[in-house]
Every structure is written in C-alpha cells, then in structure tokens.
Ligand binder design. Structure first.
Ligand code: FAD
Length: 288
C-alpha cells in the first residue's frame, strides 16, 4: 500500500519511527521493539538509514522487510543519497522491491566535513524525482517546521520544499519540534506555497536531558520556556523526566490533532513502552 492513500480517511494517521539497533544491543532487540509497537497498531512504521554506519545488527532494508512481511504493517525505508551514487540507489531499491517494501523516505542526509558528498543526487528533490520516474515506490520526504539548519531563511526553505513536492514527494514528515505554533505557522507557509500533500508532525518525547540537548543542537529546534522549566526541574531525575516528557508529548499531540494535523509521526527511539503509553492516551482523540 502507498502511504499517501492512508490520509483523508476521516482520522489522524499515527505512525512510528525505529532505528536499526547497534551491534552492542542484543540481536533480538528489534523484535522486542516491533512486538511492543504492533499492539498500538500504527498506520506504518519507518526505519532510519545510516545513523549507525556499519555498526548495526540489522540493516534498514532487513527491518523494513520484517515489518512488512512478518508484522504485516506497512513500512517506509529511509534512504539517503549524500553518500550514494545512482548504482547504489538502484541496488537498494531493487532489494527493497524484491522484499515487498513499497515506500521510501527520500533524503539527502547530512553532509560530513570528512567525506565529500557524491554528486549524482545533490538534493533530496533529485532523488525524489529519480525514484518516482524509475520505480513504483511511494515516495515521502522530510520537512522542517523551523527551517532546515542550513537554510538561510524560511522563504527559501519552503521554496525548496515545494521543489521536492513538485519532483514527486507524495507525503511529508516533519523534523521534531516542541512548540506547536512553529508547526502551525509552517503549515500555513506550506499551504500558501501550494504544497498540498499530507504533512505529518514529528513528535519526540523528551526522556533524557542529554539526548534532547544533543538533538536540539544538531537540528536547531527551539526549546519553549515550558520545556526548559521541565528540564531544569526534572533533568536529573529520570523517572520524573520520563513522566513529564510523556505528558508534554501527549499535550502536543492532542493540540495538533485539535488543529487538524494530517498525521502524527512518533520518534519512538526504539522504546515501545513509551510509544504505547502515548498512543493509548490519544487513542480516542485521533478518531474524532
Ligand atoms: P534536502 O531537501 O536536499 O535539503 C537540504 C538543504 O538544502 C536544505 O537547507 C534545503 O533548503 C536546501 N536545498 C534544497 N534544494 C536546494 C536547491 N535546489 N538549491 C539550494 N538549496 C537547496 N538523516 C539520516 O542520515 N538518516 C535518516 O534516516 C534520516 N531520517 C530523517 C527523517 C526525518 C523525518 C527528517 C526530518 C530528517 C531525517 N534525517 C535523516 C536528517 C536529514 O538527512 C538531514 O536533515 C539532511 O541535512 C537534509 O536532508 P533533506 O532530505 O531534508 O535534504
């Protein structure tokens, strides 16, 4: 099934993201994650690409295929092009297709100062166009409510996003953000620019002070005062921070759904218990 067909059915789409576990994690840890996520019946599960390099137990492709074929949940394989040439992309797509994966999230990936980028695809829009032209995959792409960290301004950011959609992206998933007003303002800019595909809001529950500070410094998301206060008060108390972080995510999600968001994409960080708690708390809300 193509993911864009999930939208417009009178309820908010709810999806989850997982990553390939590191080699240091138990070999069956991805099964524990997926077993836990299957109970919340997400509309689809996406699998990140490349973050662990070669130090992972299973590849993105293995896990996406497992989600489709063993869990019978639609999957979306992330695919970055910054370190890939056309042959690499063709090979990965052929492997995914052979294993029944029908959807990819086409990304550029982060440019590393140590490795010059490959040049077949300079931007995600070029990868999107290539995949749409040469295959039958459903193609999604990333978007940034506060602008991508390299963008000089929000106007050029949305202009390049429109190019990605014009190239064939059928659905967008947002970077994490903590202030819903940033997302609603972005949605308005996107719709004014003529971007009419479904846009899912990316929500990351705050569970650890250090990891959230690392994420924020990497992606440039701003921290509202409400969240800064939570980190200041509970940052050194993991149980308390976990409760406050889950409550914050639930509050964000219920407000986004009230505001008519197309979908919620939960960054689960391979923690199915947290995902389950959040999903259970918004179950009735997402069906209104
Ligand atoms: P692009 O859309 O190509 O944009 C990159 C930058 O170039 C932006 O500033 C854009 O405005 C600018 N730009 C675009 N087109 C042009 C143009 N024609 N001329 C000039 N400037 C232009 N990374 C991973 O490594 N693995 C993952 O699995 C992964 N998953 C992600 C999932 C989501 C939902 C999100 C939001 C991000 C994810 N990322 C992942 C991070 C992503 O790879 C980085 O944010 C990367 O820096 C940009 O990727 P992109 O596809 O958005 O790039």
């Amino acid at each position: 099934m193509k993911l864009c067909d999930l939208f417009g059915q009178g309820r908010t789409v709810f999806s989850c993201e997982v990553f390939p576990p590191k080699k240091t994690a138990p070999a069956d840890s991805i099964y524990k994650t997926l077993d836990g996520l299957k109970d919340i019946r997400p509309d689809f599960i996406s699998v990140t690409f490349g973050a662990g390099g070669s130090q992972v137990n299973q590849t993105t492709h293995d896990i996406a295929a497992m989600i489709e074929n063993e869990y019978h949940i639609p999957s979306m394989a992330h695919l970055t092009c910054v370190a890939a040439d056309r042959e690499d992309v063709e090979r990965l797509l052929a492997e995914l297709e052979a294993d029944g994966v029908e959807n990819v999230l086409a990304l550029r990936g982060d440019v590393s100062p140590d490795h010059p980028p490959k040049t077949d695809f300079r931007y995600a829009s070029e990868l999107v166009r290539y995949i749409r032209t040469n295959s039958r995959f459903g193609v999604s792409a990333a978007c940034y409510p506060e602008g991508h960290i390299e963008s000089p301004d929000l106007v050029s950011d949305v202009r390049h996003l429109k190019e990605k959609v014009d190239a064939g992206a059928q659905h967008l998933v947002s970077q994490l953000f903590f202030d819903n007003e940033d997302f609603f303002r972005f949605l308005e800019r996107a719709r004014i620019a003529g971007i009419n595909v479904p846009i899912e809001a990316g929500i990351m529950p705050v569970l650890s002070k250090s990891s959230i500070q690392r994420m924020v410094s990497m992606c440039g998301a701003s921290m509202p005062r409400k969240l800064t206060r939570i980190l200041a008060k509970y940052g050194d108390h993991p149980e308390a921070l976990r409760e406050a972080g889950i409550a914050y995510a639930i509050d964000q999600i219920s407000d986004l759904i009230a505001g008519g968001v197309d979908g919620i994409h939960l960054y689960t960080m391979n923690n199915p218990d947290v995902a389950r708690q959040i999903a259970a708390s918004v179950d009735s809300i997402r069906k209104v």
